[in-house]
Design a protein around this ligand. Structure first.
Ligand SMILES: CC(C)(COP(=O)(O)OP(=O)(O)OC[C@H]1O[C@@H](n2cnc3c(N)ncnc32)[C@H](O)[C@@H]1OP(=O)(O)O)[C@@H](O)C(=O)NCCC(=O)NCCS
Length: 370
C-alpha cells in the first residue's frame, strides 16, 4: 500500500506536467518559466481552458468578460455579511462559493459550454468575495469592482479602496499564475473525486477549498510568513530552524511530495520577494527567509516550495496574513475548474479501496443486555 497515495497514478491529464527530478512544470506543454515571465494570469487561464494561447483580441475579450462578471449578487453578498467577523476566510470562501452555486442559473448543467461559463463567473467573483469579507470584518463597506482595472489590480483596489501601483498588481498577477495549476495535488484530486460523482462545478470547488485550507497544502503560505515574523531577525534564523528540526516540527513552505529539485515556482517567487521587499517593504523578511532556506538545504537537503516566498510577497503587498491561502484558491480555482471539465469529459467514478485492518466477527450484544 502506498501511504498517502505516493507515486500512485490515478488518472490521465493533459493539463499539468511535473518533473520532480528536474524541477520542471508545464501547463499544457508550456514551461512555467516562460509563462511566469511573459504571460498574465488570465492569458495562462485562457490557454489552460482552451488548450491554445489567445490572440490579442481574444485575450481582451476574455479579460472584459471576466471584468463584467465580478459583481456579487445581493444574495451572495448577504451570505458574506451574515458570517462571523472572526470566521476563517477559507470557510467564508467555501460558504460563498456554495452560495454562488445556489444562485447560479446553470448550477446543475454539466455540459462543457455551461461549465466554461460557470468557471468564468467563479474565477471573476472569488476575489470579490475575499475583498468584501475583509472590508466587512473591518467595519467598512465593500468596494465595488472597477471594470477598468485588470484582474489582480482590481482585487487590490477592492481590498484597499485605492488603486495599486502597477508593480504591485503585476506581482499579485504572477503569483496567481504560479498557483493556477499543479497536477493531482490534494485539492485538485478532491475536486476530481467530487466531479467524478457527476456533482456540479461549484460543489467540486467547495471541496477543493476545504482541502487547500490545511497547512500541509495551501495553508502553508500563511504559516510560512507567520514563522518569519516569529523568527524576527536574520541572526536568529539558523538557531530557530535547528530547534524546530530537533523537535521534529515541519518547517512551513519546505518539502514537496513530487519535487526533489527546486520547485520552479519558488524561483520566481524568490525573485519577486527580493525585488518587492527592496522596493516597497522591509528587506529584512527576505533576508531572514534566505537564512531559513540555506539552513534547510544544509541540514536536510530540502528545498522551499511555492508557498515560502509567496508569504513575503503578499505581506509586502499589505495583504492580511489570513488572506494568503484564499488568494492561492483564487488562482487555483482556474485549475480546479479545468480539472472538473477534464473529468466530466471522460468520466468514471473515482472509488478506490482501503486495506481493512479492523477487527472481524465481533459478537453483537443487544442493547438491553449491554
Ligand atoms: C509537502 C509535504 C506535506 C509533503 O509530504 P510528504 O511527501 O508526505 O513527505 P514527508 O512528510 O513524508 O517528508 C519526507 C521527509 O522529509 C522531511 N520533511 C519534509 N518536509 C519537511 C519540512 N517542511 N520540514 C521538515 N522536514 C520535512 C520529513 O520529516 C521526512 O523526514 P523523515 O523521512 O526523516 O521522517 C511536506 O513536505 C510538508 O509537510 N511540508 C510543509 C508544509 C508545506 O510547505 N506544504 C506546502 C506544499 S506545496
Amino acid at each position: 500500500m502506498a501511504k498517502g497515495l505516493e507515486g500512485v497514478v490515478v488518472s490521465e491529464t493533459s493539463l499539468g506536467y511535473i518533473d520532480g527530478q528536474q524541477g520542471r512544470l508545464l501547463y499544457r506543454g508550456f514551461d512555467i518559466h516562460d509563462l511566469a515571465r511573459e504571460a498574465s494570469f488570465l492569458e495562462a487561464l485562457y490557454m489552460l481552458w482552451h488548450d491554445r494561447l489567445p490572440g490579442r483580441s481574444e485575450l481582451e475579450e476574455f479579460e472584459g468578460e471576466l471584468a463584467r462578471r465580478r459583481t456579487l449578487s445581493h444574495g451572495v453578498l448577504g451570505v458574506v455579511r451574515s458570517l462571523p467577523e472572526d470566521a476563517n476566510p477559507m470557510t467564508v470562501l467555501q460558504a460563498s462559493v456554495a452560495a454562488l452555486g445556489a444562485y447560479d442559473e446553470e448550477a446543475g448543467d454539466n455540459s462543457p459550454e455551461a461549465e466554461l461559463r460557470k468557471a468564468q463567473r467563479l474565477v471573476a467573483r472569488i476575489p470579490t468575495v475575499i475583498a468584501a469579507f475583509d472590508r466587512i470584518r473591518g467595519g467598512e463597506e465593500p468596494v465595488d469592482p472597477d471594470p477598468e482595472l485588470g484582474h489582480a489590480a482590481n482585487f487590490l483596489y477592492m481590498l484597499r479602496g485605492e488603486k495599486p501601483e502597477p508593480v504591485e498588481a503585476k506581482a499579485l498577477d504572477t503569483s496567481l499564475l504560479l498557483y493556477l495549476e499543479h497536477g493531482f495535488n490534494a485539492s485538485t484530486f478532491t475536486c476530481r473525486v467530487i466531479a467524478s460523482t457527476l456533482a456540479d462545478l461549484h460543489s467540486a470547488i467547495v471541496g477543493g477549498i476545504g482541502a487547500l485550507k490545511g497547512e500541509l497544502h495551501g495553508g502553508a503560505n500563511e504559516k510560512a510568513m507567520r514563522m518569519l515574523l516569529e523568527i524576527g531577525s536574520e541572526d536568529k534564523a539558523g538557531a530557530w530552524v535547528d530547534q524546530a528540526l530537533e523537535e521534529h516540527r515541519k518547517i512551513m513552505g519546505f518539502g514537496h511530495r513530487v519535487y526533489r529539485a527546486e520547485d520552479p515556482r519558488a524561483t520566481h517567487l524568490r525573485e519577486m520577494s527580493e525585488r518587492l521587499s527592496e522596493e516597497l517593504g522591509d528587506p529584512k523578511w527576505h533576508r531572514i527567509a534566505r537564512r531559513v532556506e540555506e539552513t534547510m538545504l544544509d541540514r536536510k537537503g530540502i528545498h522551499c516550495n511555492v508557498d515560502f516566498y509567496c508569504g513575503i510577497v503578499y505581506y509586502t503587498l499589505g495583504i492580511p496574513l489570513d488572506l494568503d491561502t484564499p488568494l492561492f484558491a483564487a488562482g487555483r480555482a482556474g485549475g480546479w475548474s479545468a480539472h472538473v471539465m477534464e473529468q466530466h469529459a471522460d468520466n468514471r467514478i473515482i472509488r478506490p479501496r482501503a486495506e481493512y485492518v479492523g477487527s472481524r466477527d465481533r459478537k453483537f450484544v443487544a442493547l438491553d443486555e449491554r
